[in-house]
Design a protein around this ligand. Structure first.
Ligand code: F6P
Length: 324
């Protein structure tokens, strides 16, 4: 193996730059050439490549986003698109690929590997933490801290005006951000896609907490929660069924994807980036490098992307007890 390419794909996440840096430097350390691919799997199709030496990744460990840019590629889902991508890799004499992204990226990489002889190793890069086989994904910790900081600020104003805030956080299919940030920010209720308990229960719980002496309330709602058609419709339902508070909505949106990565994410990304190059050198292919019980582990792509997101039931219990 002489040359490794690295790319970031799907939604960006803080810490992706630290992961790119680690891959590039692990290549240099092992006397391998490294090529950066711009705009993810779409850039692979278009041959948007750049040679990367160890100094090309200076001063990026602290930066959010991804210097390689990211994209969601429709063309890569077609056999023609993947054929073009393979031709570009051959032309650039690339021997192996590191892809940093989420389940869509790993699915694309799996299909590509079933068609072409190209070793690929993946790193979990998404704020959602919705990948199996790794305890944390790169960007998740930073996003949690961003969300908690934002909710702390909302709490100040909620409390001053005796208001109820419904706060939407990211997580199309996963409630990890909502549940953990909700506990960390002291939310009264947390609504997640994995557990649809219904609107009535929400109203009863808010009534109970009002009776118990609370003067304001924070409800964290994951983007993928099904309690309402959307958070605004859910807010209307709460207004109609609860007179105790004035109800406001805040959608945190893409602020959650930006910002300087936390120390945890920088260290995680560095460990996994080095782990990806180690794995390729030891002959691994078709696996994601993740972390489980604080050890770097390798998980087959099929395992990483399979099934539904599992939620820690103990966390739900803690959320219920601490919001009493
Ligand atoms: O996959 C991460 C994520 O942040 C999801 O939680 C969210 O639904 C989605 O990306 C939004 O992505 P985009 O802005 O790229 O459409």
């Amino acid at each position: 193996m002489k040359k490794i390419a690295v790319l970031t794909s799907g939604g960006d996440a803080p810490g992706m730059n630290a992961a790119i840096r680690a891959v590039v430097r692990a290549c240099a350390f092992n006397q391998l050439e490294c090529v950066g691919v711009f705009r993810g799997l779409q850039g692979l199709i278009e041959g948007d490549f750049k040679e990367m030496g160890p100094r090309s990744v200076k001063n990026i460990i602290n930066r959010g986003g991804t210097i390689l840019k990211s994209a969601r590629s429709k063309e890569f889902r077609t056999p023609e698109g993947r054929a073009k991508a393979y031709a570009q890799l051959q032309k650039a004499e690339v021997d192996a690929l590191v892809v940093i992204g989420g389940d869509g990226t790993f699915t694309g990489a799996s299909v590509f590997m079933s068609e072409y002889d190209m070793p690929i190793v993946g790193l979990p890069g998404t704020i959602d933490n919705d990948i199996n086989g790794t305890d944390y994904t790169i960007g998740y910790d930073t996003a949690l801290n961003t969300v908690v900081e934002a909710i702390d600020k909302i709490r100040d104003t909620a409390n001053s005006h005796n208001r109820l805030f419904l706060i939407e956080v990211m997580g199309r299919d996963a409630g990890d951000i909502a549940l953990n940030a909700g506990i960390g920010a002291g939310a009264e209720e947390i609504l997640i896609p994995e557990q649809n308990l219904g609107r009535e229960r929400l109203i009863n719980s808010l009534k109970r907490s009002k009776k118990s002496g609370k003067s304001s309330s924070i409800v964290v709602v994951a983007e993928g929660d099904q309690s309402g058609k959307n958070i605004f419709e859910l807010a209307d339902y709460v207004r109609e069924n609860l007179d105790d508070y004035e109800v406001k909505v805040t959608v945190l949106g893409h602020i959650q994807r930006g910002g300087s990565p936390s120390c945890y994410d920088r260290v995680l990304a560095s460990r996994l980036g080095v782990g990806a190059v180690d794995a390729l050198l030891s002959g691994a292919r078709g696996v994601m490098i993740g972390v489980a019980n604080n050890k770097v582990v390798s998980v087959p792509f099929e395992e990483a992307i399979k099934g539904d997101n599992e939620i820690d039931l103990d966390l739900i219990r803690v959320a219920d007890i601490t919001s009493v």
